[in-house]
Write a protein of this length. Structure first.
Length: 692
């Protein structure tokens, strides 16, 4: 086919030059290219072009980038080789260099009827709409201006040809929010009016809006606002943006995509950008500059810093979600996760079903942002699908725990609770106080947030409890049970990671712990809290002054804490009275009585350890006043003695273990207390040579 239309196929210099006859032949060759762009080779006098129709893609492009008719002509001249391959040869011919198959600035001006020394050359400056907007790239900067090449980015070409898919350069950085995620339910969503206000503010001026998120699903509200304003929402991942190897180029690509598609950008939470770091604050400022005029809705728990942008945004406070809204969000994300992962059977979940009520109870105490809820829902759906059953509360709690970051785990010892209420042996009053702590943690958002029962003064929505009692009475185990009831992990603060001999370092360590704890769904446990929450004293030297400053800091920080914290102490009298006023629950852990000790003995020995017929647990419960921790230690020691003897656990071995525990505690072993078992205990097991 090519040889039939080639006038001289045997020419040895064919392809290295283009004759006038060959140009005429190329122009006569029919083309299958679309006729939407104007013919670039036509000579257009300055100002003679007409503005395109407003409804066309070209018209929307001209409006979005403020392009005069001349800029459109220049753009089409540069676009022609991407539409019709014939123009590569023609431009090579006109450039008098067949290796340069794209137009130069001088050629583009000439084709538009302009001289190289005219004002048209300024349409290719870095601040001109075509170049600044990313519609046109000027290549070969080392050449003189008129000899520099012109290239239209592939995304611009694809857009003009009808492709609405987001720019491939944004893959992993930004995602297009689904329309269903941003459409408010008319007449039912009380936040619809707020969304319309946000959308109106985002389409004026610089277009920047900041949402101060109080736990109200600010991301979805931002997406809803952009959709209400007729914008296409692009959600930018803050972590991926700050980690990008070329963030400025990505910011320009994002701005180009938003302007091409008539979209807006959602960025948040800003805390993930770490804007307190100067280099990240500079990136945020460059992003805002690149998106100038594009609707940009940011959100986060921090107020906006004026350094982050040349112009300050319009700020809106986002109230926290109530229980109904949180439940609806979980159900919506679960259904979406089931569809994304191809798991059938979850679309029927409704707000009136028992599954929905269980869902609400399972998530009531969790503080998650939109992305965490989305990821947790996906994990829960996949977990349930692996066992071919519906999602239940246990799946959700495990998925929520998986969203906790590792920051707090570096400062405190983390473990998942493995005990329940049935494992506790406590007086009824103490159990009632533990139940009160659990219900406060579950309903704090409604009571403290929605009902405003702790207003003003910078007070947080945290729940602080004190467990006071002697060592071994079950304080740490009770904290584990409360964490299990809430479906959370327990983080035990190690004093070695907190206390520092240098002035001010202890406060810094505590601040890091409190900050990380507020970001996770966990229970913070300060064991032996009197070591750092002690009483303030009279100032006699610099050490006293520093100790008082440390206590004062803790008083303020505990009051503004938003998480759940439990303090345990053996010496309640050593705690500062000001801490007591800030406590929500105080649970007393007394030494167990004989009935409770009997239950503890039976529970600690368990059902797997074989018992001899002479084992008298009632005798042990009546005679030996031991706390639960000591009883557990005795049970373990006795089990070792039985294992060594290769027999079921005998009474002599159990009493011998009790005798060892007495010596460890520094208590006297009285014959009247041990009765007939004292001598046999002395003769059984290790340490039998010691006297009572």
């Amino acid at each position: 086919m090519r040889r039939e239309g080639d006038p001289d196929p045997d020419d040895p210099y064919r392809g290295q030059y283009l004759s006038a006859e060959a140009v005429e032949r190329i122009l006569r060759t029919p083309t299958a290219a679309p006729a939407a762009p104007a013919a670039p080779a036509e000579s257009v006098a300055p100002g003679a072009a007409e503005r395109p129709s407003p409804g066309t893609r070209t018209g929307r492009l001209a409006d979005a980038f403020a392009l005069p008719p001349l800029d459109l002509d220049l753009l089409f001249v540069a676009l022609a080789p991407d539409i019709d391959a014939r123009f590569e040869q023609l431009y090579g011919y006109l450039n008098d260099d067949l290796t340069r198959r794209r137009p130069t600035i001088g050629l583009a001006l000439e084709l538009c009827g302009l001289h190289g020394a005219s004002a048209g050359r300024f349409r290719f400056g870095t601040d001109a709409p075509l170049v600044a907007g990313g519609l046109l790239e000027v290549t070969e900067p080392e050449r003189p201006l008129l000899s520099r090449g012109l290239r239209v980015p592939d995304r611009v070409t694809a857009h003009l040809l009808g492709d609405d898919a987001p720019d491939g350069r944004l893959r992993g950085l930004a995602t297009l929010a689904a329309p269903d995620d941003g459409t408010a339910r008319s007449g039912t969503d009380p936040r619809t009016a707020l969304a319309h206000r946000i959308g109106a503010a985002a389409t004026t001026g610089s277009g920047t809006v900041h949402l101060l998120d109080g736990g109200g699903d600010a991301e979805r509200l931002a997406v809803t606002a952009l959709v209400a304003a007729g914008r296409r929402p692009l959600v930018l991942d803050p972590t991926a943006f700050t980690a990008d190897h070329s963030p400025l180029r990505s910011a320009r690509a994002l701005a180009l995509e938003a302007r091409l598609s008539g979209g807006g950008v959602v960025l948040g939470p800003l805390e993930r950008c770490a804007p307190e770091r100067p280099e990240h604050a500079r990136l945020l400022r460059e992003l805002c500059a690149a998106l100038a005029g594009v609707p940009l809705v940011t959100y986060g728990a921090k107020v906006w810093d004026p350094w982050w942008a040349a112009e300050s945004p319009v700020a809106f406070a986002v109230p926290p979600l109530d229980a109904v809204q949180r439940t609806a969000r979980w159900e919506r994300e679960l259904v979406a996760a089931a569809r994304r992962n191809g798991v059938p059977g979850h679309e029927g979940t409704g707000t009136d079903t028992g599954a929905a009520r269980e869902l609400a109870a399972a998530v009531a105490s969790y503080r998650l942002d939109a992305s965490q809820v989305r990821r947790a829902a996906t994990v829960a759906v996949r977990t349930a699908a692996s066992e071919r059953r519906p999602v239940d509360g246990a799946d959700l709690r495990a998925a929520v725990r998986a969203q906790n970051g590792a920051g707090l785990a570096r400062l405190a010892r983390r473990f998942e609770p493995a005990v329940t209420w049935d494992d506790l042996v406590l007086p009824p009053e103490t159990r009632r106080q533990l139940g009160e702590l659990a219900l406060r943690a579950k309903h704090r958002d409604q009571v403290l947030g929605q009902w405003g029962m702790r207003p003003g003064g910078g007070r947080g929505r945290g729940v602080i409890a004190l467990f006071a009692g002697e060592s071994g009475t079950g304080k740490t185990m009770s904290a584990e049970v409360v964490a299990a009831e809430l479906g959370m992990e327990l983080y035990v603060v190690e004093l070695s990671t907190v206390v520092d001999k240098y002035i001010g370092e202890t406060e810094k360590n505590l601040e890091r712990i409190f900050t990380e704890a507020s970001e996770v769904n966990g229970v913070l446990l300060f064991d032996e809290a009197d070591a750092i929450f002690g009483k303030r004293s009279e100032v006699k030297d610099a050490h006293d002054r520093h100790a008082n400053v440390e206590s004062a800091y803790l008083l303020q920080r505990m009051e503004s804490f938003d998480g759940i914290a439990i303090l345990t102490t053996n010496l309640r009298a050593n705690l500062d009275e000001a801490f007591t006023r800030r406590l929500d629950v105080i649970a007393e852990f007394p030494v167990p009585d004989a009935r409770q000790r009997l239950a503890l003995w039976d529970r600690c020995l368990g059902g797997g350890l074989p018992r001899a017929d002479d084992l008298d647990l009632e005798f042990c419960a009546e005679r030996f006043e031991l706390a639960g921790g000591s009883i557990r230690a005795c049970a373990v020691t006795a089990a070792y003695l039985a294992a060594e003897a290769g027999t079921p656990l005998r009474m002599e071995q159990l009493v011998s273990a009790i005798l060892q525990e007495y010596r460890k505690l520094g208590r006297l072993a009285l014959a009247g207390e041990f009765g007939p078992w004292l001598q046999s205990a002395l003769n059984d097991g290790p340490g039998s040579g010691m006297s009572a």
